[in-house]
Structures are given as C-alpha cells and as structure tokens.
Design a protein around this ligand. Structure first.
Ligand code: PMP
Length: 412
C-alpha cells in the first residue's frame, strides 16, 4: 500500500493486474501512455470473459435450457451493474451499444430525426470528438437543422458566457463532452444542464473520457443522455452504453429492426419490445457485457476516490517534470482536468516524436485525436498527447521525460 497525499490508500502493485504491461517493446519495458485512446485490461476482466466462454455461453433470451438462462442472467446483471455505476434510476435506462460512437449515432438517428425540424439548432462545443460532431452534422443535413459551436477560453475551458448566449427558441439539443480527449478539460456539466433545462432543451453528455476518471452520477448531473465506451474504462472493446432518461427513451422510435427488439411481428404490422430491448436489435455483445461488469467491479474495488487521488498526484508530478523540459508547451491548462496532457516540443512534428519514443518502448499518441476542429483552432497541424490510467506510475513519467530529451537530441 502507498499513502497518497490525500491519505487515501492505493495498492502499489496495480500494474501487475495488467498482464499486457509486463513486456518489452524494442527491447525496452513498455511504457503505455495512451489510455485515453483505449485502456489496458486487468486480468479480472480477461478472466471473466474467458470463464463465460468456457462455461456459460449460449444466446440470451431465446433458450429454455440452462446455458441460455445462465447467459441471460449474466447479461442482465451487467446491465444492473452499469445502472448502479452511473446511478441511473432504472436498468431500463441502460441501452447497450457498441460504444460511444454508436450511442451518439443512435441518439441522433432516433431522437434527432423524430424531434428536429428545418431551422432547429443543436449546440456543441469546439472541443468535441468527431463522434459528437459528425452524427449531428448528418442529422442537420438530413432535416435542415443548424449547428452552433461553443468556443473556448485560452485556458482550454469552455466559454460559459458564450454558451448561455447561444440559446434561441429553435435550440433543440446540447451535445457536449464531459471531459476533452485532447485538453483533458472537465466541463461543468451540472451548470451546462441547468442552463439548457432553463430553456427546456435536453443535454447529451459524451462521457467517454470521464467514466474512467470521475464518479459519474447521472441523476445528480441531471443530463438527459450520457454515453460511454467500456474499452476506455478497463473493459473490452465492442460494448458501450447509452443512458437516457426513461421518458425520453420511451418516446423515441427504434433505430434498428430485427430480433429481440419486438413484441409481436406480423405482415400487417409489428409492435416493439419495451425498454431497453427496443433499442437492442440482434444478438448483443454478451461476453463484452460480462467484461464491462468485471471492469466496474475492478474500478470499484480500488475505489474512485483513490483512483482520482492517484491520477491527480501523477498529473501534478508530470506537470512539474515535463514543464522543466526546454521547449515543452502544454496545450490546455484548465483547472479541472482528467489525466490527459497534450503538448508540443520545440517545433518537432508530433508524429516524429511518437515514432522515436516508440523505439524506447514508450507509447504516446500524435495527430488530431479525432478532434480536428479543436486542433485546427489551436493553429497546429497536430499535437502529441500522453494519457494516464489507473496503472500509470511516476516511473512512466520519468521514462517519458528521458525519452523526450532523447528526441530533442536526435532531431537537434
Ligand atoms: N468521445 C470522446 C471524448 C472520445 O475520447 C472517444 C474515443 N477517443 C469517443 C467519443 C469515441 O469513442 P469510441 O471510439 O469508443 O466509440
């Protein structure tokens, strides 16, 4: 155990829970600094999924035999666990999808096409991931709606005054990220929803970068939709969640048709299943739901307060160490940040930096990070980004600092 500065205890051997981290890349110990793109998976998640395939797999809902019943119970339990994790009112409000991207597409397709008309407006921010821009652009193009964009302050915080001024009688939705995947900025979602609701406008929150780092309580945030991906929170790829307030979801039409989402099918007409099945056509990602359940158990065993304290301490350490490197420039200096640091170093192209660091076993990300409007607004062709997870350590930061000095030397 190590006692962190907040007096919270965190196991020192968390790194050991992640088998993938125990390897060399190009002869050097792997330093994984790309958790914002996808986190690594603890043994507990891998084993839960393997156990399911070795003992319990069958298709859910359809069977009257033991294996199918077992798989159905496990899948239902995963939904209940997600409900608890984000404090939804009901498991009916938890729709399993492929990930954040699919969740937003579902909302745009079903809610958007049924509610928006020509001349209506959608508010997004300049810091959105493409997943929270493009589906709204597609919707806007198909119904004749317009998109309004909240700008940022020089710190990387949202310009909240500007946000409040964007509403008009035609505003129909606010779609905003909880935490930026480039700047790390954590947005004041409670304030954002309060302002939107004063105008009777619902809010969709992209929680992809928030759920691994913050305690999320959808009732407290009072958001109307909340979306996230399991693979960024130590769970598997291929599954994510669309949370929606029950009344909203009930009024929304299904977006995909097929098995499992129906009540009755005949050639004279089809009726749909109640929530959540109405939005889950076809065989779902069963093992992945079980993996997500295990990931939530893993996170909660360590505890979100301990995770947040660990990441805050690591961010403080990284800021000091990296800030000492001549030519290092932080992009995004908001006070409230998750464990994400975007940066430039001298005028070295981030791709060159990433390639040279990889030779030392250090994995960082470089480019536009699926946030082209944001990176372009910074006047940069690309930025480098490091991001932390539960398993990240001071030693990773030390290796990065050493690696960046080596990059400077190679490219001097
Ligand atoms: N939103 C944000 C803020 C993200 O960081 C990401 C992933 N980089 C996404 C949406 C898309 O998530 P996924 O690819 O899992 O659908």
């Amino acid at each position: 155990m190590c006692v962190l500065q907040w007096g919270i205890r965190m196991r020192l051997d968390i790194h050991k829970d992640f088998p993938i981290l125990d390897q060399n890349i190009h002869g050097r110990p792997l330093v994984y600094l790309d958790s914002a793109a996808s986190s690594q998976k603890p043994k507990a998640v891998i084993e839960a999924m393997t156990h399911y395939y070795e003992h319990d797999h069958a298709n859910i809902h359809r069977g009257i035999y033991t294996l199918s019943e077992r798989a159905t119970v496990l899948h239902d339990q995963a939904r209940d666990r997600v409900k608890q994790f984000i404090n939804a009112k009901s498991s009916a409000e938890i729709i399993f999808v492929r990930g954040t991207t699919e969740a937003i597409n579902l909302a745009a397709h079903s809610y958007g096409r049924s509610q928006l008309r020509a001349g209506d407006e959608i508010i997004v921010s300049v810091m959105e991931h493409h997943a929270n821009i493009v589906p709204w652009q597609m919707l806007a193009a198909s119904v004749g709606a317009h998109i309004k964009v909240i700008p940022l302050l020089p710190t990387g915080d949202l310009d909240m005054e500007n946000y409040a001024s964007l509403f008009s009688p035609r505003t129909r939705l606010v779609a905003i990220t909880h935490a930026s995947n480039v700047l790390g900025t954590v947005n004041p979602i409670k304030k954002i929803t309060a302002i939107a609701h004063a105008h009777h406008v619902p809010v969709l929150v992209d929680g992809a970068q928030a759920v691994p780092h913050l305690s999320v309580d959808v009732q407290d945030l009072d958001c109307d939709f909340y979306v996230f991906s399991a693979h960024k929170m130590y769970g598997p790829t291929g599954i994510g969640v669309l949370y929606g307030k029950q009344a909203l979801l009930e009024n929304m039409p299904p977006w995909q048709g097929g098995g499992d989402m129906i009540a009755q099918v005949s050639f004279s007409g089809t009726t749909y299943a109640p929530l959540p099945a109405k939005f889950e056509a076809g065989t779902p990602a069963i093992a992945e739901a079980i993996g997500l359940h295990a990931a939530i158990d893993y996170i909660e065993t360590i505890g979100m307060p301990a995770i947040m304290a660990h990441e805050a301490a690591l961010m403080a350490y990284a800021k000091t160490r990296l800030g000492d490197i001549p030519g290092f420039r932080f992009i995004g200096m908001a006070k409230e940040k998750v464990g994400v640091i975007a940066f430039t170093l001298d005028d070295i192209h981030p791709h060159d930096m990433g390639t040279i660091l990889d030779r030392s076993g250090i994995a960082i990300r470089a480019g536009h990070h699926c946030a082209m409007p944001l990176v372009m607004s910074l006047g940069l062709p690309a930025v480098a980004r490091v991001s932390f997870g539960i398993y990240s350590r001071r030693a990773d930061v030390d290796a990065l600092v050493k690696g960046l000095y080596a990059v400077k030397k190679v490219l001097a």
